[in-house]
Design a binder for this molecule. Sequence first.
Ligand code: PEP
Length: 239
Amino acid sequence: MNYFFLNWKMYLDRDQSIVLANHVASKDTLPDNTVIFCNDLALSEVKDIIGPERVGTQNVAWVPAGAYTGATSAHMYKQAGATHALVGHSERRHIFNETNIAIRKKMEACVDTALTPVLCIGEKKEQRDDGKWKEVLSEQLILALEDLDMKGQIFYVAYEPVWAIGTGVSCTSDMLQEVVDYIKQVLGTINQNAIILYGGSVSSTNIKDFDNIAGVDGVLIGSAGAKVESLDSMLEVLQ
Ligand code: PEP
């Protein structure tokens, strides 16, 4: 497993984040490319515990500074020690009504600040059932990335089907292979190249399956990565 990304969402407060970060840091079987997307208020401490290049933000403003109450810019996250940013997570899209246009601007803000973006894309259950997943994914990819000069920076695309997030129902290997091939095809048409991750109900029982899919370089894990027992079980399976 090349990339082991943990999205702690708003599961853990600052003190709990520090405790779990210390536990993560104590593991000698941690994949090299581990990144923790923790709560903003814990970011600086988690970075000091887990080390540089291993902490990310779960969201980012699209403007660098100014009269934007409640927002935090890419530059500010960088200053606090983040190197990565989730952009367009489905909870941001569907609970906070983030549009593809806003997500594009956030991608631009990340590139301008050299914060490595993890663009999250994924279709809802009804879109999959209606056979519309290709349409949804290509729109999300194209609006976020077409003609965007990445300035040589690497970036990630995390395929996280909405129906798999937090449901215990993950994508099957066949389904995921088809989606990843399609994502690569769309990225090719807009001359972009990304590291591809899978996210959605990853746990110790299925994490190995995602390791064996051509074109999938790693995982983005939510709830199973925010608890000691499930985190340890996944690391054991990966050994
Ligand atoms: C996520 O929200 O990024 C995620 C993958 O969640 P979970 O692993 O809990 O499905």
